[in-house]
Design a protein around this ligand. Sequence first.
Ligand code: C2G
Length: 434
Amino acid sequence: MTKVITYGTYDLMHYGHVRLLERAKALGDYLIVGVTAEDFDKQRGKINVKQSLEERIANVRATGLADQIIVEEYEGQKIDDIKRYDVDIFTVGSDWVGVFDYLNEYCKVVYLDRTQGISSTQLRQENSVKIGIVGASRVVNKFGNECGYVNGIEVAGVCTDNTKVLSEELQGAELTGDFTQLLTKVDAVYIYSTPELHYDQAKQALLAGKHVLCESPIALKKEQCIELFQIAKEKGLVLQESIKTAYSLAYSRLVLLAKGGKIGKIVSVDTSCTSLKDLPEGWGSLDDWGPTAMLPVLQLLGTDYRSIEVLSQFNEETGFDSFTKVNFRYDHSVASVKVANGVKSEGELIVSGTKGYIYVPAPWWKTDYFEVRFENPDNNKRYFYQLDGEGIRFAIVSFIKAIEGIQSTGYIEESVSEAISGVIEYSKENAIVL
Ligand code: C2G
């Protein structure tokens, strides 16, 4: 009996896939199809697969061509599978010519002609979300660039009064200095203007029926933030806060471990985010770093703190804080957040619990690694998760999935966004000057 194996994602199954499977089957007597797990796909940079693994397996099953379906979960698995299932022929489409020649050592490798004129990427792009970007800093370039890694989104316009900072790619998008005009051309906006403008722009966009991905803080007042979520809900729109760290795999796994009781009861969360850099006009340290630094505090200890104390040092020229420390007091725990663009410190995150602690080395906010440590070091565990694009591209994927109703925007709870705005609001009035 000749055993054939082939692999694929099989997202939005189309006749190119079916033709490939038919010819693969015809190469032998028994066909094994490996369906790629989504996490493995992320590692390959192919993101925003539309269908779940279960749906994609069902797609393959429905063709009636596979004698066996397996899941491909790790790099190097093809060699294991070929040996394990005693495979005679490995086959894949001609878009992969050469890539799998190394498998010749284990079985015969056949590249089948790819069907022209159809692809999952094309199908995913067909109803792509047209996004407009508003902002003047270089971060908009990063965002524009990251959109390129995600299927289903297209930068349709940029609103800026500082075209000098724009990258060549974005220079190609339609430019306008007028936000109202930008809104006429798009389905959604990404807001990275000065914090003072976030609320007005987000509100205008939502009232115009556009989805909003907003750089933190969404608003400088808690009430404004609540109002924006209310409008979004009434209009059936997505309003999502963009704190890159929230979308990183290592960070979200860390939160799950901590919440799952791995280190016992959490008693203290201490975060620090600093960088000696000139902030864009209109940003203070707490506006810039605060949302990221507060994220683990609010997600792990909740938004129901009993009191806060804000201590700041101000830059005389700009009038904005160059160093701020926020102390949170909860009923049975505490937290501290240190942010600065005029003071340098170690950018680590420590979550202390009754059984052990989680340590994330600097720069913790873009980490792919953390440790869970215990009294007895033999019990320590290290965790690694690949992080691509600092989390921005996963923020974009999550935004699109929320727009399509496939997934909720659960990475940053509304209550957390509101609390972030609340602390920033409090700091503007009540910071103790150092
Ligand atoms: N295919 C094809 N013609 C198309 C589109 C796809 O022949 N128009 C083939 C691909 O070459 C592949 C199979 O159909 O052999 C599945 O395609 P995808 O789901 O796009 O999977 P792909 O990302 O190519 O995965 O490591 C190898 C991969 O797992 C192959």
